[in-house]
Design a protein around this ligand. Sequence first.
Ligand code: HEC
Ligand code: HEC
Length: 431
Amino acid sequence: MTKSMTVAICALFSGLLFVLPGTGRAAAHDEVITLDQGWNKASRDLFYHTPQGSPIMPYDWFLALEQPGAQALFRDNAYLESFGMIPWGSSKRNPDGLPIGLTIDKSITGPENQLGMNCGACHVTEIVVSGRTVLIDGGVSHFDFWSFMEALLESLQKTHDDDVVFKRFADRLLGTNADGEQLKGLRARLRGVVQKRENWAIRNAADVVPGPGRVDALNVILNQVTAKMIGRPDNARPSNAPVSLPHLWDAPYLDVVQYNGVVPNAGAGAIGRNVGQVLGVFGEVSIVESILPPGYASSVRVDHLIDLEKTLETLISPSWSDLADKKLLPPLDRKLVAHGAKIYGRECAGCHVKINPRKRGKLASIPVKLIPLKTIGTDPAATLGFVEREVATGPLEGRKTAFVEGAPLCKRTHARARGHLSCGDDRCDEV
Ligand code: HEC
Ligand code: HEC
């Protein structure tokens, strides 16, 4: 595993984060083949459907919503598969049999269940081998997150704006005998949800269309934290650097993660990273400080994130020999395998460390090699967007960088700053 990065960087507002408590598939989900990756049915169910605190919209509404411009339901598997989602069966966690990565979540603003999204949507994939569908846990998903969000917004807007569509939606939710007051109330609430999703779309406007399997994750997270949370829309930056969804096996054993190597895995690192991810995927945070526990009220389910992270620790990479043992591939040709291993050792291993999935040692113990941007030569947009970012601290000005300790934040802070800029800092005086 290697990462590319040019400069030492610290996560903007990291202190704040850390204190916060289809691909032409061939089979129905029960015929999907799973590989020997260290998981069983229970670990899969947990990883696919545990809510992480990412409320998108009321859950019941999602079930009643139509596809934009059609009467068929949005939740129909064939439609969701068109965004690369993987249909899955029902369980106690997933009573309505939604695809992998959709969850029943809670909101901090009300008691009603919300539709949520979790790790499974972006970090599980399937491939078709010899006409059979094989699930790869922790693999690079084909999920087209951006198109999914656009379609969802379009559908919500149409439901709100079009009387006929709204009536069908209301009938499904309230029954056909709802009175005028109830209908008016529902439409007003719908307006609120449309607004929330519109704001998200504006804040994260993408001038590069990500397509399947890619998203400018770190930018979306930073927009959520630095623009939405603190009410500073001017801090938002366009999502112009979508990156491939990475595979997740071995990740908890690496010392740092993310393509730019910015997030340490040790200590609170993994949970901080996950909290950031949750905020990116629609988490809600109030910036009203709470004293017990110290931090900020939030929809983020830290307890669930710990469960999700723990499950990841037991996940191992899929192996070609497992595919051969399951008769999905012909027996492996030992000579060719040895030849390939030599090429890998010569061309790749200098950067991509070989990891034995059964002997990974301690968590956060495998040193990740950071390759300078000019050596790797791949598109630097994501890394530069991250390190060049400077934002106004808004209502957080003067608050301690690590909530209970650390220097107070000044008017503006920059990702390149070593630690956070404190007031009186040269750079502070400039801005
Ligand atoms: C909307 C899609 C999406 C969701 C949902 C999501 N991730 Fe990710 N994840 C990404 C992307 C994209 C990256 C790469 C970001 C980068 O490094 O620039 C990433 C990176 C990671 C990494 C770092 C991997 C490495 O080797 O650097 C880990 C670990 C991870 N995610 C775990 C999780 C967990 C655990 C969850 C659920 C709690 C989750 N992700 C939910 C898209 C997602
Ligand atoms: C000079 C170091 C270096 C060498 C040599 C190298 N890689 Fe990489 N590779 C990277 C880095 C760094 C990344 C992360 C992506 C980025 O920063 O652009 C990466 C990413 C990848 C990815 C993920 C791409 C994606 O979009 O998800 C694959 C697959 C990969 N490398 C395979 C290989 C193979 C196979 C070889 C040998 C033939 C190889 N690499 C040689 C540094 C290297």
